[in-house]
Write a protein that binds this ligand. Sequence first.
Ligand code: PFF
Length: 458
Amino acid sequence: MTEDKNISIHGQWSSRWAFILAATGSAVGLGNIWKFPYITGEYGGGAFVLVYLFCVAIIGIPIMMAEVMLGRRGRQSPINTMRSLAKAEGRHGIWSWIGWMGVLAGFLILSYYSVIAGWGLAYVFRTATGVMHAADSAGIKDIFGELVSDPEKLLAWHTCFMVLTMVVVARGVKHGLEKAVRFLMPLLLILLLILVGYAMNTGHFSEGVEFLFKPDFSKLTGGAILTAMGHAFFTLSLGMGAIMMYGSYLPENTSIAKTSIIISLADTMVALLAGLAIFPIVFSFPELAPGAGPGLIFQTLPIAFANMPGGQFFGTLFFVLIVVAAWTSSISLIEPAVAWLIENRGMTRVRAAVWSGLATWLVGIATVLSFSHWAFDFNFLGTVKHNGVFDILDILTANIMLPVGGMLIAIFAGWMMKPKHSKEELALNRSYKLWQFLIKYVAPVLVFVVILNIFGII
Ligand code: PFF
């Protein structure tokens, strides 16, 4: 390989820490603070959390290592990375389909992710102006209901968030992206700790802890297992090439195993802290229920802020940070598509960002309407879902496309690549065998079994 081939045409992170921060920025997002608590609530707590943690450790970390490794070896968008790696390994070009499916998944996820991030933006203003502060818990619930049932407002906030995202994407990897995460991620952690501190004083902290950590296996339905596994992929940004893309900007000589473990631990910690902050509040108010669905954090956290000293300030800051966390994730959702447009269609970065942003914005309108005109109920493996297209998109992407993408990545890294190559890239000694075992057998088989089980095949 020549010197040039060791650097992506799109740029490179300035250091190992820049990569860790950016990948953590991708991983930590709405998935941790918004989605983890509400799906944990819907699926009954402890047992669900246990399956999720198990999947992060056994499937998530090895697949993250595989994605970073493939990205760093390929140095291009996931589609072209998979194509060139398949060729280099003497395999069929069809493996580039992993990249295609990933681009589609990222695009669909961002279309709804942006609408929810828009709720966050709306809440920045609602908290800052003191509207929340004046309301009681029932009023706070109503404020949420009014927001989501108004498509015009949702569309306006969705538009704002998409513009924010595409501005950073248009500016490229180093400018903006790296700088933004450096300060904001630690700040988010501090605010979460303050909220957990508040939750400890609600008098219902132990109930919250019990709900999160005491497994009741009778609640573990097929749908719960699939959702927990899907969420492990979603929260770590795996299975669609986002981490592969970020890996392609990684300097040589960085330990892939260490960085992957740091990112996964940080991500898991944020989710658990969010759970510890939210459930004690839920149990303090009879009108709130753990299974409230996607509105859960928007109906609980404002109560905490309304009741704590300096709540208006902390509340505003917290919603700003949620938006920032969503922002650093959404950039990575669209980056594979943008990089491909630059590589294969000869577009400038700005043009590629505008086109992919516009397309995503348009599809997002389906989610905007999912909470009002297009809302309908349906049964997903025993759990009733209320928000039509939004829920369908979420189930299709997080529960099906990401795990299948991850499984194919595992098969490629474990079976299609020569062990000599993966060993050289991962630079592991004894633990290489463990990674190899997990990536060849454990990860693909578990994903396969869960999916077959859902379709009633086994
Ligand atoms: N990991 C992000 C979150 O938890 O909010 C969501 C996400 C980002 C999923 C990037 C997938 C992805 F490729």
